[in-house]
Ligand binder design. Structure first.
Ligand code: NZQ
Ligand code: ZN
Length: 391
């Protein structure tokens, strides 16, 4: 187990009707004027947004709406949000939505207290040191941004999708009411499930010895997600299934499961090129990438770890070679994701062109000039091979 220093200061307020506490929590953070960041319609339609405005008003906090954030959020709206914050003396940013809204809110919060270009933080030429305080009312369990110190944005002109990381990006509070997720289309629920499971996989596949505790924690959360997922899909207002998924999505990415481990994250790099280029939903992209990455690793590095995943998470019998058991586990994972309506081949992505594979490989290499990932680091040729295995 590696050394670690774990600090996760977000207050999580979980359960029915908890969004009613928003105004009170923003006030507690010392705010007077809030920018409410939201998406393209769902929060307005459900009435959540109006309840947020009222909650802030009741707490004596002024607010300005900033809506229209799209999935796979772009840099353009971030610049606009920063401008509004500076002009209006905003002192708190409230994100009402999912990962795209939260990540845009985080980028706006960083840019609002900075004189330079916020993109420097995503391009990793500067590290974020400060940001306006951020609060979250989560409406989709998926990205885990409600507890993470990350903001993932795509730069308009280059279509580079990159993550900025900093402690100042961790939300002061995140409100998690599972009832707010009842309106999610099944496809979005499924994409969220693939994303949260992938956040666990990125941590699970490590070479670090002595990580039995976190191995078992990862396996337990994965098994729980696999059991709750079909229940939420079959009955979108199943509170317990929605509650399980919502907390699992946070647990998956708050880094408890990665403590003491060297994490991989190459599958996310593969996926970010897909969602940057074709605007595919992040979780759907991961449903294509992860089985392909696992299969490549099965034949190149430590098949025993993949066999362990197969037996412990998908109850594959332990007879046969590690490769054979691992292969059955990967097939079970793909079958589970496709049963939720997720894709499994690149050709299922609208607009995908095989000719784009060298471009995506090149874009990965731009920010990772040496090797990709830590489990079994991949060079340029390996990356291209893994992409081609998704065809
Ligand atoms: O825009 P609206 O109308 O709100 O619709 C959204 C959007 O179309 C809809 N939605 C959300 N809550 C809903 C709802 N529809 C009905 N009822 C509700 N309750 O869902 C769609 C997807 O929303 P989005 O915010 O894009 O989803 P998600 O949470 O999956 O976020 C994905 C983004 O997060 C990034 C991804 O790359 C992607 O850009 N990630 C961020 C991470 C982080 N900050 O730590 C880590 C992740 O690995 C990931 O990369
Ligand atoms: Zn993800």
């Amino acid at each position: 187990m590696t050394n670690f220093d774990y600090y996760s200061p977000t207050r999580f307020v979980f359960g029915k009707d908890t969004e009613a506490k928003t105004g009170e929590l923003v006030k507690k953070a010392g705010a007077r004027k809030t920018l409410i960041v939201f998406g393209s319609g769902s929060a307005e339609k459900s009435g959540l947004l109006q309840r947020m405005r009222t909650s802030l008003q009741d707490a004596g906090i002024r607010s300005i709406d900033f809506g229209g954030i799209r999935p796979n959020p772009k840099s353009g709206p971030v610049y606009k949000g920063i401008e509004i914050c500076k002009k209006e003396n905003i002192d708190f940013v409230l994100a009402v939505g999912g990962g795209s809204v939260i990540d845009s809110a985080k980028a706006i919060a960083m840019g609002a207290v900075d004189d330079g270009d916020f993109w420097d933080f995503h391009a990793h030429t500067r590290m974020p040191q400060k940001a306006l305080p951020i609060g979250v009312v989560l409406t989709i369990p998926a990205a885990g941004s409600e507890g993470s110190g990350n903001s993932v944005i795509t730069q308009d002109k280059t279509l580079l999708k990159r993550s900025a990381t900093g402690e100042c990006l961790r939300p002061r509070f995140s409100i998690l009411n599972p009832e707010l997720t009842y309106t999610l289309p099944n496809y979005q629920t499924a994409c969220g499930i693939a994303d949260m499971m992938s956040h666990i996989f990125e941590r699970y596949f490590t070479n670090e010895p002595g990580v039995d505790l976190t191995d078992r924690m990862c396996e337990g959360v994965l098994k729980t997600i696999i059991s709750a997922a079909p229940q939420a899909i079959a009955k979108p207002d199943n509170y317990e299934a929605r509650a399980t998924l919502m907390w699992a999505g946070t647990i998956a990415h708050i880094n408890l499961l990665g403590l003491g481990r060297i994490e991989d994250w190459s599958s996310h790099a593969f996926e970010h090129e897909l969602s940057a280029l074709y605007d595919v939903t992040h979780g759907a992209g991961l449903a294509i990438v992860f089985p392909a990455w696992l299969r490549y690793q099965l034949h190149h590095h430590n098949p025993q770890k993949i066999a362990q995943f197969a037996t412990r998470v998908f109850d594959i019998p332990t007879s046969g070679s590690a490769e054979n058991i691992g292969e059955k586990g990967i097939a079970a994972l793909s079958a589970f994701w496709t049963s939720l309506g997720l894709p499994f081949k690149l050709k299922q992505i609208k607009g995908f062109e095989e000719a784009d594979i060298p471009l995506m490989t090149q874009k990965i290499k731009m920010t990772r000039p040496n090797e990709l990932g830590n489990y079994n680091p991949l060079n340029y040729t390996d990356i291209e091979t893994v992409y081609r295995s998704m065809l």
